[in-house]
Design a protein around this ligand. Structure first.
Ligand SMILES: Nc1nc2c(ncn2[C@@H]2O[C@H](COP(=O)(O)OP(=O)(O)OP(=O)(O)O)[C@@H](O)[C@H]2O)c(=O)[nH]1
Ligand SMILES: [Mg+2]
Length: 309
């Protein structure tokens, strides 16, 4: 993992780190060894960083055993134990690695305002800089201005945008976009969809319809179904993942706005309870601010350890 990724992940986690690792240091500034009170305070700290109740209980349970066995007695040992358990959890879910014949079709979904369109723009830029031919589809036909927002990204990164005029059916846009991607021999087609609440049944059904329509032209497509989550939403991100997972069998998550939260720990319960891998994290609003998720860099950032090359 190049140094830049470590640095960006570390920078993006600065708020989480300020909360979490400073909290850890504070626990040990009063006393040197670990007792029941330390573990209670640590439990509150973990919950506060959005690691969720189930993961926190497991971590605290493991630590209690290690303390009783005298394997863990000071801050460095406690951090090492936390690191080990967090990495174990985060390595559980892995991205699909099977080869896909181009065009690779990726459907982006998520609730309103989480950063779907921006993440598509960033991903298109990344793929373009790897020399790929990229097409974008404006299948958010709900919000006025959505297609325009995607077109601006298209111009910025040099990717053609397939859009319909006026009130269009998202599935029709998706269908045309797949035809265009095949005709132009594109490597990637990234499809933007409208923000939708996970509890709105008909909108979730619309996502299924889009998938069916896309698969009429390319049987395995959409090859990637990405849920975009906003790291600042906290525990509701879990409910979102659960509902979208049911509707679309997700292949991965893009977690945005990690730069704007002190609660970056939400990654952990998502992977732990739903086994959906976090593939990328958004660390700002610019086109270079989407970076591949790296569990080691993430855990180091969380625990406040030095970035490593
Ligand atoms: N700081 C920060 N801002 C982000 C990030 N990703 C997206 N944003 C901002 O979040 C806002 C919403 O982003 P959009 O991409 O429009 O979100 P969306 O999910 O497409 O929204 P709808 O289409 O309305 O559902 C914009 O102001 C983005 O610049 C990120 O990683 N960090
Ligand atoms: Mg959008």
């Amino acid at each position: 993992m190049p140094f830049a990724f470590w640095k960006k992940t570390g920078d993006a986690l600065s708020k989480t780190r300020a909360y979490f690792s400073s909290g850890l240091e504070a626990l040990f500034s009063r006393k040197k060894d670990i007792d029941a009170e330390t573990l209670d305070d640590l439990e509150a700290l973990l919950i506060g960083a959005d690691l969720g109740v189930a993961v926190t209980r497991r971590l605290i349970g493991d630590l209690k055993t290690s303390v009783e066995r005298k394997e863990v007695s000071d801050l460095p040992a406690l951090k090492a134990k936390l690191r080990e358990t967090l990495l174990e959890i985060l390595s559980k879910a892995v991205a699909p690695s099977e080869a896909v014949w181009p065009p690779v079709v990726t459907l982006f979904m998520g609730v309103n305002g989480v950063g779907k369109t921006t993440s598509i723009g960033k991903m298109a830029w990344q793929l373009k800089s790897e020399g790929k031919k990229v097409l974008l589809a404006a299948a958010d036909t709900f919000r006025a201005g959505a297609a325009r927002q995607l077109s601006i990204w298209g111009e910025r990164v040099g990717a053609e945008v397939i859009r319909h005029q006026g009130e269009a059916d998202p599935s029709a846009v998706a269908y045309d976009a797949v035809s265009a991607a095949l005709a132009r021999k594109a490597d990637h087609l990234l499809i933007d969809t409208a923000g939708r609440l996970q509890t709105k049944h008909n909108l979730m059904e619309e996502l299924k319809k889009m998938s069916r329509v896309i698969s009429k032209q390319i049987p395995q497509a959409p090859h990637r179904k990405i849920l975009v989550l906003d790291a600042t939403t906290g525990q509701n991100a879990l409910s979102q993942t659960e509902h979208f997972q049911k509707a679309a069998s997700l292949t991965g998550i893009v977690l945005t706005k990690l730069d704007g939260t002190g609660k970056g720990g939400i990654v952990v319960p998502i992977v732990e309870s739903l086994s959906v891998p976090v593939l990328h994290v958004g660390v700002g609003e610019g086109m270079k601010d989407l970076i591949p998720f790296d569990a080691e860099a993430f855990v180091s950032g969380l625990l406040g350890d030095e970035a490593q090359a």
